[in-house]
Design a protein around this ligand. Structure first.
Ligand code: 8YV
Length: 316
């Protein structure tokens, strides 16, 4: 094996896995730690490229155990599980799959938005339990159109969410690392200021060390007892304990969550709350979008192996 050998890190869609094994003879990193250590001792030096997903990534220790690594090809737009700082330091290219999933992740944000405000999942449970017959009409919900919505992270996905909210006559404001050129939405100087000025806070910021805990107890308090929180980004952006205690104490009206701090674990306390909608991190999970992500992942791999550069590189 020379050092263009391909390593598979974690499970991948069959389409991607079959292609990297069939076309490049990729070897898969074993799942158990002792097996991994033995495998890396024997083969670690041979790998030039690792193909992984945003869920697993190439973390600090694994990257160190791959001394000749030249590229991490990541399935997913988020790459917070990969040690990008080490990659930059070592000149390792990292690619992701931006843009092709914007529509589906934004649609998921809208599904949560409508569900949390109009309580459609709770109402569905109401019908199934027979409560419509036994108890009569379902309690009134909250109007979804025309709300003030704050978007934390007005990147590619945040901007698509904003466009969808415009069709619901919402007033949109945002906070971002820097102001975004060419948009007319009001800019808030901090997450706290954003939360203070909106009815619904939608988190669309990238994960990773820079955004960890950005939505803390203070921001949640600023959103207030009539405020709603939607998160389709990463669980790490929110102080999950603060979120759960605000929901339990009625200091927040509701939440729609596709992502959590320690997936697939969901805080037990949330399971009983009817004003919370819980999704199993399915933001990009449609046949069409996952196929497009798979195609872009393979195109990045092919491009790197042929030319030494990828099509959609992560830039930090
Ligand atoms: C994927 C995601 O499910 O792209 C992302 O960042 O969170 C999702 O689209 C995930 O990355 C696949 O591992």
């Amino acid at each position: 094996m020379n050092n263009t050998a391909v390593l598979q890190v974690g499970p991948l869609m069959p389409l991607v896995q079959d292609a990297i094994v069939g076309d490049y003879g990729a070897l898969r990193l074993p799942d158990s730690v002792p097996d991994q250590e033995e495998f890396l001792r024997r083969h670690g030096e041979s790998f030039g490229v690792a193909v992984t997903s945003g869920k697993i990534g190439v973390g600090t220790e694994l990257m160190r155990a791959l001394p000749n690594l030249r590229a991490v090809v990541n399935f997913g737009v988020g790459y917070d599980t990969t040690d990008v700082a080490q990659a930059v330091q070592r000149g390792i290219t990292v690619s992701n799959t931006p843009d092709v999933l914007n529509d589906c992740v934004a649609d998921t944000a809208m599904a949560l938005y409508l569900d949390v405000l109009r309580k459609t999942s709770a109402a569905d449970r109401y019908v199934r339990r027979g409560d419509w017959v036994d108890k009569g009409n379902f309690p009134l919900a909250t109007k979804a159109s025309g709300k003030r919505v704050g978007i934390l992270g007005l990147g590619r996905i945040g901007q698509v969410i904003a466009r969808r909210l415009e069709a619901f006559d919402c007033t949109i404001s945002y906070h971002n690392r820097s102001r975004v050129a060419g948009v007319s939405y009001e800019y808030a100087a901090s997450p706290r200021e954003l939360a203070e000025g909106c009815d619904v806070l939608i988190i669309a910021a990238a994960g990773g060390p820079e955004s960890a805990g950005l939505v803390d107890a203070d921001v949640i308090a600023a959103l207030g007892a009539k405020g709603y929180l939607i998160n389709i980004a990463r669980g790490s952006v929110v102080d999950q304990e603060a979120l759960v205690s605000a929901l339990l104490a009625g200091r927040l009206a509701g939440a729609g969550l596709d992502v959590f701090a320690d997936e697939p674990k969901v805080p037990e306390d949330l399971l009983a709350l009817d004003n919370v909608v819980l999704l199993p991190h399915l933001g990009s999970g449609t046949h069409e979008t996952r196929a497009a992500m798979a195609e872009l992942t393979l195109a990045n791999l092919r491009s790197f192996l042929a030319t030494g550069s990828v099509l959609t590189a992560v830039t930090v």
